[in-house]
Design a protein around this ligand. Structure first.
Ligand SMILES: *[C@@H]1O[C@H](CO)[C@@H](O)[C@H](O)[C@H]1NC(C)=O
Ligand SMILES: *[C@@H]1O[C@H](CO)[C@@H](O)[C@H](O)[C@H]1NC(C)=O
Ligand SMILES: *[C@@H]1O[C@H](CO)[C@@H](O)[C@H](O)[C@H]1NC(C)=O
Ligand SMILES: [Zn+2]
Length: 773
């Protein structure tokens, strides 16, 4: 360890003079707020001169190195170095640096990813649908609009109109989304083989090629190179290196995933070296000495530094970089993580184990989840430890699937709200728009949904090759190394039958080839998990291990898994006693949230959660209705609001009002079956959709309808006054909202709550953390 630490310090020293100047001003525990994209966007678009001046002064105060003599450090800046040193000189420096640290050898073998193009998601799975929604968005995007600012910068004609938001021609980050677009389309093409998409992305690469040619010095960007000069002169500018990195990464993906040779030619190897200038010893060093000093750092600029250090471990074998990323993951997982698997508040890390007071609308920037997935998948590949795959599942299920608005292409979010009674449709950012947002999280968003086929399967070479099946997502894999085709079918999970059922069919392409399939047995299942091979029970390992099956596969072998899914509560990561009662409720990997606009207080009736958190029965959806009333060309719906009943504009499904205008009808005679089709003429009670256990009552003449928690009174239209008759002349419709197949009722102190997975919500208000009494 000491040796490694020394080696680390050597790198720090060698590069200190070059590096720290560039990054130092942000690499401090009191970073300039300008590290935040949101803040910078506001800053750049503000006309408030006094505020802008204040910010600028503040950021200078916080420079990590406050250079006294400009010329002393200016000569060390990277672009100057790039100009002065020839390529050979850079290569020598690179080798020297690499040899300083590259003494260790990587021990053991890493699992490899399988090619994205060999995995196909089943279209009807949740993941398959999310991929399809994203494909539709990628196809909606217009080539001329995407490349508009690239053409402008290159001095070419600019047909069409530029996009808005962060891509608009007056935004300094313009072009960043196009880089992500190149990555996402390459991934999506590998995942689906969609020809229209291939045509589109190839056109974008070729137009960018024209732009680069026209600029003639190799520069390719949607903004002038002067932005880099500003960055290096520590003048305000919005992340030019970030943007150029996205474009280069996009070109690499076009080459690697989609075989576009033109894209490869457009990069320059010497720029790889530039990557090392972004080492931040003042950040990685703290992790190397195992100190949790994350608070105050901008999360999404620093997680990629850990990903970069992971690459360094893979290349140089220096175990220090392995320890750094393991410590980092462990720290986030234990002290900075919400129950979703996500991290950050308003883009930054806050104090460790103090998350209860950070719950609001701007939690968990989506980009950070995208990057934490990278960190955890690498750790899994190195260690085969199930905990990393479990983390991946948690963050993917709650942090990625949650950020699309249903099946609506191009509606995604920046921040995932986690405060009581919040909604994805409210807050500072809210849902974005198709053509006028293009936030950083739109960039990572389109990538996330283009590579849902990634990290389901990993492979291990050897005489007896191994396949690791770490995510249960309906999909098939043409596993070339093992010469088999693996078809994984997951039965959709439902709350009333809490088991994950996976049927894997294996067909061998080459007779007699043997390999091992390793199935993750997740931490959330129980010892009653079962497995069969061709219909016969096989012994199963305990949760947290792999079930390994080694076999010469036939043309049709079938392995089934039946994993009980447990309900559990998890305390918020907060060590202050006053927040000890705050808990989240999870059902296997699914974070369950209460549909409510307020705090939620729950009253555990026993240690067994299933005593007070009960599944919504499968047939309840047929009892859901919404009542509509046409009036002056408007369509109204009967809705409940606090404790009374009112009429509102007939809401669309997924809107925040939809849940208030949906009711479950309960026949007074339990033997009768009622639904929207046959309710007329029957005596029923109305249970508001999000107030399970409560019913509407008539409170008498001239009084409004009310809601009570005792199932006593019923609305009998036969004996009401005429006002009541008019008010109840409604058309019966199917319920606007529907119970998600994973729905529960949790008993609270004064009322019960409807629980649903966070990922399934659109604009509905919800609460993630409950006070347990
Ligand atoms: C401008 O910013 C200052 C803070 O520096 C603030 O006090 C002031 O209200 C702002 N003015 C306007 C018009 O928003
Ligand atoms: C995260 O923390 C939980 C609870 O302490 C632990 O069981 C799990 O293994 C950790 N996961 C990782 C990836 O560190
Ligand atoms: C429950 O009801 C009681 C009595 O009406 C009230 O005092 C209390 O504040 C309520 N608690 C919650 C969490 O709503
Ligand atoms: Zn982002």
């Amino acid at each position: 360890m000491l040796m490694n630490l020394l080696a680390f310090l050597v790198v720090g020293l060698i590069w200190e003079d070059v590096v720290v100047v560039v990054v130092g001003k942000e690499c401090t525990n009191t970073p300039t707020q300008l590290a935040s994209h949101t803040y910078r966007y506001e800053y750049l678009n503000s006309h408030n001169k006094s505020w802008k001046h204040q910010v600028l002064m503040l950021s200078h105060d916080h420079d990590h190195l406050t250079p006294t003599d400009d010329s002393a450090w200016a000569s060390l800046l990277p672009r100057k170095v790039l100009r002065q040193e020839d390529e050979v000189g850079w290569m020598m420096m690179y080798r020297q640096m690499k040899n300083q640290v590259g003494k260790g050898q990587v021990t053991g073998t890493f699992l490899n990813e399988v090619a994205l193009g060999d995995v196909r998601l089943n279209a009807d799975s949740v993941h398959g649908q999310a991929q399809q929604t994203n494909l539709e968005y990628l196809l909606l995007l217009d080539v001329d609009s995407l490349v508009w600012s690239f053409r402008k910068t290159a001095g070419l004609a600019t047909p069409g109109t530029a996009y808005g938001g962060w891509e608009s021609p007056d935004q300094e980050l313009r072009g960043h989304f196009v880089g992500h677009y190149l990555s996402a389309t390459a991934q999506m093409w590998a995942s689906t083989g969609n020809d229209a998409l291939k045509q589109k992305m190839t056109t974008v690469v070729s137009i960018l090629g024209e732009c680069q040619e026209h600029l003639s010095d190799g520069y390719l960007s949607a903004f002038p190179s002067e932005f880099f000069d500003r960055f290096e002169a520590i003048q305000p500018v919005w992340a030019p290196y970030y943007t150029i990195h996205k474009i280069m990464a996009g070109l690499v993906d076009q080459y690697v995933l989609a075989g576009n040779n033109q894209a490869l030619k457009m990069g320059d190897n010497k720029h790889l070296l530039l990557a090392h200038l972004f080492d931040k010893p003042c950040f990685l060093g703290l992790l190397a000495v195992k100190a949790d000093e994350l608070a105050g750092f901008h999360s999404n600029t620093h997680i990629p530094i850990v990903v970069g250090s992971q690459m360094r471990y893979e290349i140089t074998g220096d175990p220090l970089y392995k320890e750094i990323s393991m410590f980092f993951m462990n720290t986030v997982n234990s002290s900075h993580m919400y129950a979703t698997g996500g991290t950050s508040v308003s883009e930054f890390w806050s104090e460790p184990k103090r998350l209860a007071t950070t719950l609001q609308t701007e939690n968990e920037e989506s980009c950070t989840t995208y990057n934490m997935l990278k960190v955890s998948r690498n750790l899994f590949r190195w260690t085969k430890e199930i905990a990393y795959a479990d983390y991946y599942e948690r963050a993917l299920t709650n942090g990625v699937l949650s950020i699309q608005r249903g099946k609506e292409p191009g509606i995604m979010i920046y921040m995932l709200p986690l405060g009581p009674g919040m909604s994805k449709a409210t807050g500072y950012h809210k849902w974005g728009t198709k053509f006028n947002s293009f936030w950083c999280c739109y960039g990572t968003g389109i990538e996330s949904f283009s590579k849902l086929g990634d990290s389901i399967y990993f492979e291990e070479a050897g005489n007896n090759p191994g396949l690791y099946i770490i995510q249960y997502v309906s999909s098939s894999l043409n596993w070339k190394l093992g010469q088999i085709v693996v078809d994984q079918k997951v039965t959709p999970v439902v709350s009333w039958d809490p088991r994950l059922r996976v049927t894997t069919t294996i067909s061998s392409k080459k007779e007699g080839s043997s390999s091992s399939l390793n199935f993750r047995i997740p931490f959330w299942t129980t010892s009653s998990a079962k497995a069969t091979l061709n219909g016969r029970d096989i012994p199963i390992t305990s949760a947290g291990n792999f079930l390994s099956v080694t076999k010469k596969w036939s043309s049709s072998d079938v392995i089934t898994l039946e994993l009980p899914i447990t309900l559990r509560t998890e305390a918020i990561q907060d060590d202050r006693s006053e927040y000890a009662s705050l808990h989240a409720i999870l059902f296997g990997p699914y974070l369950l949230v209460a549909l409510t606009t307020t705090d939620s207080d729950l009253k555990p009736e026993s240690d067994s959660l299933s005593d007070w958190i009960t599944p919504i029965p499968s047939d309840y959806n047929s009892n859901l209705i919404s009542l509509s009333q046409e009036s002056s060309h408007n369509n109204f719906a009967l809705a409940h609001n606090s404790n009374s009943i009112t009429t509102i504009q007939f809401p669309d499904p997924g809107t925040s009002n939809s849940v208030f205008a949906t009711f479950r009808i309960i026949p007074t005679d339990p033997k009768t079956r009622v639904s929207s089709n046959n309710v007329i003429g029957k005596t029923v009670m109305f249970e508001p959709y999000i107030l399970p256990g409560m019913v509407i009552i008539e409170q008498g003449k001239e009084k409004s309808l009310g809601i009570v928690d005792s199932v006593k009174l019923s609305c009998d239209s036969g004996e009401s006054d005429s006002g009541f008759m008019a008010a109840t002349s409604f058309k019966v419709n199917d319920g606007i909202s529907n119970y998600h197949p994973i729905s529960f009722v949790a008993k609270g102190v004064n009322m019960s709550y409807l629980l649903q997975p966070l990922y399934s919500l659109r604009d509905e208000h919800y609460t993630v953390y409950f006070k347990l009494h």
